[in-house]
Design a protein around this ligand. Structure first.
Ligand code: KG4
Ligand code: ZN
Length: 342
């Protein structure tokens, strides 16, 4: 690959249509994200059929915008990267088909990026020097995983959620409180005016030293029951207090398990946060506070690179291609793709 390597990254795994151009895996030249929130809002969650149709309608204009914002044309590109799973089948297919068509027509190498792994690479776009081995907590709407990364493509899964993902629970609680979708950003904001000590919710699996799995279904049920009970009593519950207490329970579980991972993997010099929930203000604050005195550097992406975006896929794709991890044109979308264990 030439000295200046331009990768086009496509991301359509859920309800955001995104295309981005990244230079040498590290510099975002453009990152266009077209959110579908307005289309799904009244259903209180993502409707797969609507998501897929909408991706199809706008993927081409989104790519055109990404190229023009980057000041380049199709001819300047050195590779195409696409997230091919996990995600919604119909949504993934739009990105995968588009990427394959571009790769074929432009005779460019194709990188098939695992969406979860893609989230990690948002940290490569922060300007920070990333060095292995490192630890990473990926917290999104679909995943909550603690990972140990020894190098590109060398990922060990230390722990994962046994039930709901953290983001999913934020969305469900927001829905029960009538706060709209997606729930994470609304709860984050509301919680700032709340009193976390007003309620006490369970921190699941906290006692199991050494066990790095998460569980959020317990806290979810406790919060939902609490909302029901308080509403039956005549609606005295302050949503801000509830949001703060719920958020604290989730954040504490994430921080505690991360600290356990740090104790287990002392060789790791950096701790990365990734995924939509990593945009959470309280989560960032707690991690900063708890890791300050530890011998490990905390890195997290800016808010707009925490949630789904094409730039992180382009960055991951750059490193995939540098390692010769090229996908062939028979690539298919894999809705329940797992992270490969090494
Ligand atoms: O990474 P992402 O965009 O999509 C998946 O791969 O799932 O994550 C979306 C999730 C949603 O559940 C959303 O509610 C949550 O991230 N989220 C947040 C915040 N911003 C987004 N959760 C808590 N606080 C936030 N500020
Ligand atoms: Zn995601």
């Amino acid at each position: 690959m030439s000295h200046k390597t331009f990768i086009l990254g496509l991301e359509t795994s859920c309800d955001d249509t995104s295309a981005a151009v990244v230079l040498n895996g590290r510099t975002v030249l453009s990152n266009v994200v077209s959110s579908q929130d307005n289309f799904h809002l009244r259903f209180g969650g993502v409707v797969p059929e609507i998501a897929s149709r909408r991706h199809l309608e706008i993927i081409n204009p989104v790519i055109d915008e990404a190229l023009s914002k980057a000041g380049i044309t199709f001819r300047d590109l050195d590779g195409i990267a696409v997230s091919y799973g996990p995600g919604l089948a119909g949504s993934l297919l739009i990105g995968v088909s588009t990427a394959k068509a571009l790769s074929f027509a432009l005779e460019l190498p194709l990188a098939a990026v695992n969406h979860l792994e893609g989230h990690i690479y948002a940290n490569f776009l922060t300007g920070a020097t990333i060095s292995f081995p490192l630890l990473c907590l990926v917290v999104s709407g679909g995943h909550t995983s603690l990972l140990y990364m020894k190098g590109h493509g060398q990922i060990e899964i230390l722990g994962r959620t046994r039930d709901d993902a953290a983001g999913e629970v934020f969305d469900k609680i927001a829905r029960a409180l009538g706060l709209g979708f997606p729930g994470g950003p609304v709860i984050d904001k509301l919680a700032q005016q709340g009193e976390a000590a007003a309620f006490s919710f369970p921190r699941a699996l906290m006692g199991e030293e050494g066990k790095l799995d998460f569980s959020f279904s317990g806290v979810k049920t406790a919060v939902l029951n609490c909302i029901r009970r308080e509403t039956e009593k005549g609606g005295q519950v302050r949503p801000a207090d509830l949001a703060a207490a719920f958020q604290e329970a989730v954040v504490e579980a994430l921080v505690e398990k991360s600290l356990m991972a740090i104790r287990q993997k002392r060789e790791a010099g950096q701790f990365l946060l990734a995924g939509g929930v990593a945009a959470n203000g309280e989560l960032r604050r707690k991690f900063r506070q708890k890791l300050e005195s530890k011998n490990i550097e905390l890195i997290y992406p800016p808010v707009e690179l925490c949630t789904d975006n094409g730039a992180m896929i382009a960055s991951a794709g750059y490193y995939y291609l540098r390692q010769g991890r090229r996908a062939s044109w028979d690539l298919n979308a894999v809705p329940n793709l797992e992270l490969e264990r090494v």
